[in-house]
Design a protein around this ligand. Structure first.
Ligand code: CO
Length: 691
């Protein structure tokens, strides 16, 4: 019997339908990729529980509930213990296996972790409730699977080997990503003992007829079940899914309708109807699905709706068809440019992207490589020039050139490699072994670092993966620090009231926030905290260096008129953003930009209680090193009194999840350091001063 071909059989309808032997199996992504794609990964466990039991009854092959970006956002923004989510959901979802997205040796972070951390993480994930491990590597370098696969097999769990689907041309083919490439990769996964194989089309690039050809070829090459994961972003996913089903794909990924489409996935309900009465009928009860949708629509998504990026009417992003870049990567680029006041340079970044990608070995564009390529392209446009585009190379690019992420599909350009590895602490010659081989163990140190704070291995792992925000989370968890309001759960009423205030502000009838500035955290997807109305508010018009600000002064804080917290740009006045910024960044080289003296208009969009501004005041003379973008200070490399040479890293700033070494703009001596590690800074904040 030829498996997979869709043919009409007797149509059974109603709750007691049973799927046939050839039924398409379905994995639901609502609790992970769904809210990650549409609602900035902000889904809370409490909002999954109202439908958890009903979802368990549908008959999904698995439910993806963990991994990807959820681990990061839960502990960082939601004050939720990621491990606890698994345990809680497991109490409500008894029959349906749980799956997670695991970034190979990157786990659920953005770098390769050493083997001891990887082993402990997989062990704990399995123990806490993960049944299916979907494992991918951003470079499709399966050596990065070796350690996790050992752990998955040891725990007797399902290893789903994943190939990231990528293109260098509009359709499958070309020098790198042709049919041969994918067939060879799937064979390698089968040889590694994959229990199933996933084609992961994170950007929605797979075209229907390519999906057909690909699934056909893979089904002929290997005997394990084939699973298609395709984002809707470009508008092709439903067509591709159907062609893949015709070619015999075994499992597909969908979301419940309210979590479907846009940059998310095809919805389950239309698929159920499409396959009804065929040999590939899912057997799902569409009325049961509709009942779940109703609860989601009424009780759940209204709490997240404001996070939806719906600035356009279109739900299809044709940029993906034009540029073959993932939708998430595009919005990151846009946000980053906006935060740097250079949104008008997006076209230049689009031109730069393919060049940077080629220089970096035609890597697939998926977390974290999409950020690595994207942010380097932005850096090249903003800080480089025609002669030397790579003036500010991120640490991640250096690591990639060294081989720390694995083997790129084609070699990194020799010229870039030499440039990136100049002064690189691990050495000037790149490695050719599995990256895990060269990474020193970190777990013991993490254990020591969290002594007296962490109470279980799961706690230690949160810290091991995310030292700065992980420690902060553990301090919240154990009551050592007060939990700030912005990470606490909110009721629908609170959210609606907040949105109402924002709408009022936007229409000019309330306190304004500068929506174009993004947040002050370096995380653009985070809504800026809304300032509370202050009693007896009085407004003044102020001009600072030719720029208009509306200053709001509370009656009881009249003395604080010059404080930055009380100054914010008016949404009604032009220019809304300092136009000088984009002009400056257009001309400036990296060093020159870092030396920009503009500290005017500290127009933080944060609320009055914001305490993240540099607290010390800068000396009036000397050359300041300013933050070229909002972010988090990771480390300060130089102390007061140290001498530095031009171009030498002074401190590390994490922005958009990338670490950037900020170079000294001149030779001199550090006369003042105004920030410390762990501190959030805004664009143009003075970080230190050199004389
Ligand atoms: Co996805």
């Amino acid at each position: 019997m030829e498996h997979g071909i869709v043919k009409q059989t007797k149509i059974a309808y109603g709750a007691d339908r049973k799927p046939g032997a050839e039924a398409v199996k379905v994995q639901d992504l609502t609790f992970r990729d769904g809210h990650q794609s549409l609602f900035a990964t902000r889904g809370r466990t409490e909002d999954m529980l109202p439908i958890a039991e009903m979802m368990d009854e549908v008959g999904f092959w698995a439910m993806e509930v963990w991994g990807g970006a959820t681990f990061d956002t839960m502990h960082r923004f939601l004050n939720e213990d990621p491990w606890e989510r698994l345990r809680t959901l497991k109490k409500h979802v008894i029959k349906t296996p749980f799956s997670m997205l695991l970034r190979g040796q990157n786990l659920v972070g953005y770098r390769n972790y050493p083997d001891d951390v990887v082993e402990a993480f997989v062990d704990r994930a399995a123990a806490n409730g993960v049944d299916v491990f979907r494992v991918f590597d951003a470079l499709n370098d399966f050596r990065n699977f070796e350690t996790v696969v050992r752990g998955i097999k040891k725990a007797h769990k399902h290893f789903q080997g994943t190939v990231c689907y990528s293109l260098t041309e509009p359709r499958m083919g070309g020098d790198v990503y042709g049919l041969d490439y994918y067939v060879a990769k799937t064979k390698a996964l089968a040889d590694m003992g994959a229990d199933s194989i996933c084609i992961k089309d994170m950007a929605g690039l797979i075209a229907p007829y390519d999906a057909y050809a690909l699934v056909k070829a893979i089904k002929e090459a290997v005997s394990v079940p084939i699973h298609l994961h395709s984002h809707f972003t470009s508008g092709m996913a439903q067509m591709s899914q159907l062609k893949a089903i015709e070619a015999g794909v075994d499992i597909v990924d969908t979301c419940m309708t309210p979590y479907a489409f846009r940059t998310s996935h095809p919805a389950i309900e239309p698929l159920v109807m499409t396959l009804l009465g065929t040999n590939r009928d899912t057997g799902f009860d569409i009325e049961a699905l509709a009942r779940i949708d109703q609860i989601i629509e009424k009780q759940i998504v209204p709490k997240y709706r404001h996070l939806l990026n719906d600035t356009k009417v279109s739900i299809v992003d044709i940029n993906v068809l034009l540029h073959q870049t993932p939708g998430g990567m595009l919005s990151n680029l846009v946000n980053q440019l906006r935060e740097m006041g250079a949104l008008d340079r997006l076209d230049e970044v689009f031109e730069m992207l393919p060049k940077v990608r080629r220089d970096l070995g035609q890597v697939p564009l998926v977390t974290p490589t999409s950020q690595i390529v994207g942010i380097q392209a932005v850096n090249n446009v903003l800080f480089g020039d025609d002669k030397e585009p790579y003036k500010m190379i991120t640490n991640q690019v250096k690591d990639l050139c060294y081989g720390l992420y694995g083997k790129t599909p084609v070699p990194v350009s020799d010229e870039l490699r030499a440039k990136a590895l100049k002064g690189y602490p691990r050495g000037q010659t790149s490695i050719d072994v599995r990256p895990g081989e060269v990474l020193a163990p970190e777990l013991d140190q993490a254990r020591k670092d969290t002594e007296g704070l962490a109470r279980c291995d799961e706690d230690i792992l949160i810290y091991a993966l995310y030292p700065t925000t992980g420690r902060q989370f553990l301090r919240w968890k154990y009551g050592l620090d007060e939990v700030p309001d912005e990470v606490r759960p909110k009721t629908l009423e609170q959210i609606q009231a907040e949105q109402e205030r924002k709408r009022a502000a936007a229409s000019g009838s309330g306190p304004s926030t500068d929506s174009s500035a993004g947040s002050s955290t370096g995380r653009p997807d985070r809504p800026a905290p809304m300032p509370e109305d202050l009693p007896g508010l009085r407004r003044f018009d102020v001009f600072v260096e030719g720029e208009y600000f509306e200053v709001q002064v509370a009656a009881d804080r009249a003395m604080r008129v010059s404080g930055p917290a009380s100054v914010r740009p008016s949404t009604t006045a032009a220019p809304a953003r300092p136009s000088a910024q984009s002009a400056a960044s257009k001309q400036a080289s990296g060093a020159a930009l870092a030396a920009t003296t503009a500290t005017k208009g500290t127009t933080s969009s944060g609320g009055p209680a914001k305490s993240t501004k540099p607290s010390k005041s800068a000396p009036s003379d000397g050359t300041p090193v300013t933050a070229p973008m909002p972010g988090l200070v990771i480390s300060v490399e130089k102390n007061e009194g140290d001498s530095v040479q031009e171009g030498e890293p002074v401190l590390m700033l994490e922005a958009m999840k990338m670490q950037n070494a900020l170079p000294a703009p001149i030779d001199g001596t550090i006369v003042s350091v105004l920030v410390e590690a762990g501190q959030k800074v805004d664009r143009d904040d003075v970080l230190c001063v050199i004389k």
